[in-house]
Write a protein that binds this ligand. Structure first.
Ligand SMILES: [Zn+2]
Ligand SMILES: [Zn+2]
Length: 102
């Protein structure tokens, strides 16, 4: 069943996991909830490609350091197990991030 309540591409959205409001991200792209860090599986290979038909909920699995891209949060789909790394936002919840960091 497709879910349309979690819009990426830097629009304001209400998180489908924790119901908190996310404003657009200044100078970036809002691709996960800043409060619970959950995302949705809408991309197949490239972040933003919207080619996945899975639409499963993606949980924040861990934080990884990716060289030039800096720290990224790795989301793992609870439905299919796919992992996708996403850029962090400056207002992401620091308590959750610190628990994910190595
Ligand atoms: Zn949330
Ligand atoms: Zn998936």
């Amino acid at each position: 069943m497709p879910r349309k309540d979690f819009i990426k591409h830097n629009q304001a959205f209400i998180c489908s996991s924790c119901k908190s409001e996310n404003p657009p991200l200044e100078g970036g792209e809002r691709n996960h909830c800043r409060s619970c860090l959950y995302s949705l599986h809408v991309d197949a290979e490239t972040p933003g490609d919207r080619q996945s038909s899975c639409k499963g909920r993606m949980e924040p699995a861990r934080v990884e350091y990716k060289g030039a891209k800096g720290f990224m949060v790795v989301h793992r789909c609870v439905q299919c197990g796919k992992e996708i790394a996403n850029r962090l936002a400056p207002d992401d919840d620091q308590t959750i991030l610190s628990k994910l960091s190595p």
